[in-house]
Design a protein around this ligand. Structure first.
Ligand code: NFS
Length: 657
């Protein structure tokens, strides 16, 4: 017998387990045939480090790294004496700090752009939504009567800059927080100052030998996360609306079938809307359109991916090609003539996939170069220089296409582009636009509660599956779902962003959707647009009848397929704002610890929200609905729901008779 050891051949992971998205699956199969590797393969071949997965290690100094035993977390301490609670709270805090930094840096870039536009240094963009400018200015106490747009806008950018730079005192948008919620924050000392200060302080406090009490570290995590949600993210949303227009509902297609074989296909993937806006101008530039035709194309086809895609889909009806876990797969179509990226959620793995299909991968932002990609810097003062160049590169790739083209023939129609302003109008009508009808329908029980389902997709879980199953279970139980980011795309691909999807909703929610003509799932845009959910929640509190603080609302949040530090920051600001927030996939904390107890129970006792975790979307729906019912009971509106559902079934009986 051969003495050589028989090495068990590693089983190749099955593509059907990677995703429920048919287009992505089709492309992953092609990728395998083409010998191309993606993040799905890498995730299958790389087991997550079990110690890191639970944050049971510390590498904040060179006396370590120190490892803990998650099965017996208090058995030892780090070399400096740090306990498991200190270590985990610090690790978690650093995730919050990084996520908050990403959103606030994006928001600050939007304020920089706004300032330059207002001062006339940038002329390619202008204030598009003056109505929104006035409303935002008024919301933070800026005088608007008898003043010019320029005067109001100048005051607004000066005021909003404080969101980042303010050394002491509360950030401007703290004025939008419901009074009782703000009171709780003040009592706990977590009303944010400028984001730069909060993030700096949080990083300081997590250094070896500084803050070594998990409760105190978490207090600063809350403050920093709030500087993201009610600060950087909210400013990014509001300024983008002012400059580029507040979204209103628009019918638009999503999925890979939005690519066109006979067109020059340009994909924008990233997070900041300005480059995308400029690209919209470039792809319509007559000389470039002519150049595309001269190269044999029918025209230039612009589509988005991930968050800036979601934002542009909402605002301008630009088709959307897919979410985070489809960005490599789409290159496998061979039909992408350029992928142009800016910041955040851009996998380095795109370089090698793009290379296989001779697709130019172009980075544009000074903050985000990728080794092996071509960098063409985008400058707000001369934006088209970059985007024209990118289109020229795309046309040239089209002309020299060598890769075989296979575009999955799948497009899903839907209605996107809801905003908190539009929810107001949609439910109240133009003459009495208010949140009264929403609150009334919650109070009378037709709508059981509201859920925000948001966040990434992650190769550690079947792509889109948890988003879709969770949302279906929620709407079936009369919970109205608000969505952003990759999650919104998951549901759009399942056809749930159409008014017709109301048939999947429970009887109460279905009745409301059918009366108004709205989908049971409302897409609000990109991840920074989660701030729209915060405002909607504040409006619901202000409207009355649903308690005095966000924590009183029959509402819950979830990110069932999260993967990024931004998601952790978002989760933490929802929790600090009073929302029960459930994450899936994994949670980076050892369960039997005091820190875990603080996040999952203690924060609620302080008057805030709390974290929840389960990888099972059905369980997740149950947890969220149980929380919503608990809040309904506390508000004394649980009986109303029993009544209305009885009425509806009586009526159906009559109709059926
Ligand atoms: Ni938000 Fe996740 Fe990224 Fe957008 Fe998508 S992965 S935290 S949803 S694109 S930021």
């Amino acid at each position: 017998m051969d003495e050589k050891k028989v090495v068990a051949k590693k089983k190749e992971p099955e593509i059907k387990d990677f995703t429920i998205c048919d287009a992505t699956r089709q492309m992953l199969e092609k990728a395998r045939r083409d010998g191309v590797e993606t993040a799905f393969d890498r995730a299958a071949n790389m087991k997550p480090c079990p110690i890191g997965a639970e944050s049971a290690c510390c590498k904040n100094c060179s006396m370590g790294p120190c490892r803990f035993n998650s099965r017996d977390p208090y058995a030892k301490v780090g070399v400096c004496g740090a306990t498991i609670d200190t270590v985990q709270a610090r690790n978690f805090a650093r995730m919050v700090a990084t996520g908050a930094a990403a959103h606030t840096d994006h928001g600050m870039a939007m304020v920089d752009l706004f300032r330059e536009v207002v001062n006339g240094h940038i002329t390619e963009y202008r204030i598009k939504d003056e109505d929104k400018l006035i409303k935002v200015a008024q919301s933070i106490g800026i005088e608007t009567e008898d003043r010019s747009v320029k005067e109001i806008a100048t005051d607004l950018y000066e005021e909003l800059e404080r969101t980042y730079t303010q050394v002491e005192g509360e950030i401007p948008f703290a004025k939008r927080v419901p009074e009782k919620t703000l009171e709780t924050w003040r009592k706990l000392g977590i009303v944010p100052r400028g984001a730069m200060r909060e993030i700096m302080e949080l990083m300081h406090r997590t250094h070896i030998g500084v803050d070594q009490h998990y409760e105190n570290i978490t207090r600063q995590s809350n403050r920093t996360a709030l500087a993201d949600g009610w600060g950087g993210s909210m400013v990014a949303t509001e300024i983008s609306d002012i400059l580029f227009g507040t979204p209103t509902p628009v019918a638009v297609d999503v999925n890979m079938g939005v690519l066109k074989e006979d067109h020059v296909n340009v994909i924008i993937h990233g997070h900041e809307p300005n480059m995308f806006e400029s690209m919209m101008v470039s792809v319509n530039e007559p000389t470039l359109v002519q150049a595309a035709k001269d190269a044999g194309a029918e025209g230039i086809n612009l589509v988005g991916m991930c968050c800036s895609g979601a934002e542009m889909m909402s605002r301008h009806g630009v088709p959307h090609a897919g979410n985070f876990m489809s960005t490599e797969a789409i290159l496998v179509t061979g039909a992408v003539d350029v992928m142009c990226v800016d910041i955040q959620c851009i996998k380095q793995g795109l370089v090698s996939v793009a290379d296989c299909y001779k697709t130019p991968l172009i980075t544009t932002n000074p903050r985000a170069h990728i080794e092996g990609a071509t960098h063409i810097e985008f400058d707000d003062h001369n934006p088209q220089k970059c985007t024209d160049d990118v289109v020229i590169k795309a046309i040239s790739r089209f002309k020299n296409r060598t890769a075989a083209i296979e575009i999955p023939n799948i497009r899903n129609a839907g209605v996107h582009g809801f905003s908190h302003e539009y929810i107001n109008y949609m439910l109240g009508g133009s003459f009495r636009s208010s949140y009264t009808p929403l609150n009334d329908n919650i109070i009378n029980g037709r709508i059981r509660g509201v859920a925000g389902v948001v966040g990434c997709t992650n190769p550690r879980i079947k792509q889109d599956w948890a988003h879709v199953e969770l949302v279906k279970a929620l709407i079936k139980n009369d919970v109205l779902v608000l969505q952003t980011g990759c999650s919104q795309i998951s549901l759009a691909k399942e056809g749930l962003c159409t008014p017709e999807a109301a048939y999947l909703a429970g009887p109460g929610l279905r009745e409301v959707c059918e009366t108004v003509g709205m989908p049971p799932v409302l897409g609000l845009g990109s991840c920074v647009d989660n701030s729209r959910i915060l405002i909607a929640a504040s409006e619901m509190v202000r409207e009355g009848g649903l308690g005095d603080s966000i924590a009183d609302l029959p509402a819950a949040g979830a990110a069932p397929e999260w993967m990024s530090e931004k998601a952790i920051s978002i989760g933490q600001y929802f929790v600090a704002s009073g929302v029960y927030t459930v994450f899936g996939v994994t949670f980076p904390i050892v369960k039997e610890t005091k820190f875990h107890k603080l996040l999952f129970e203690g924060l609620e006792e302080q008057g805030l929200g709390k974290w929840g975790f389960t990888a099972d979307p059905y369980e997740m729906a149950k947890m969220m609905i149980a929380h919503i019912d608990k809040k309904r009971q506390a508000l004394g509106i649980d009986k109303a729901r029993d009544r209305v559902l009885r009425d509806m079934s009586d009526r159906r009986d009559i109709e059926a008779a």
